[in-house]
Unconditional design. Structure first.
Length: 86
């Protein structure tokens, strides 16, 4: 985002907002954020449900967010089950 668009208040897309949030979360975790279970995962899951529900009918229990650590690698896994309308 450029300085001019920041001053003019250009509206961001939900995809760019989500990308920024994930980058912040990953940066926080890389700097030694929290212990084994990050405290932001439940809130992240709630926000994902809210955003996805705008476009598709989804049950909140069908979205799973998991963070796995292997040596110096961290993997944020998001599983979403979308029911097909019949």
């Amino acid at each position: 985002m450029s300085f001019l668009s920041f001053l003019l208040g250009q509206k961001k897309t939900s995809a760019s907002v989500a990308k920024e949030r994930l980058q912040i979360i990953l940066a926080h975790e890389r700097t030694g954020g929290s212990a084994a279970t990050p405290d932001y995962l439940p809130q992240l899951q709630q926000e994902l449900v809210a955003v996805i529900s705008k476009y598709v009918k989804v049950d909140p229990n069908d979205i799973k967010v998991n963070l796995e650590r292997q040596d110096s690698l961290e993997v944020l896994e998001v599983k979403i089950e979308i029911q097909q309308d019949q």
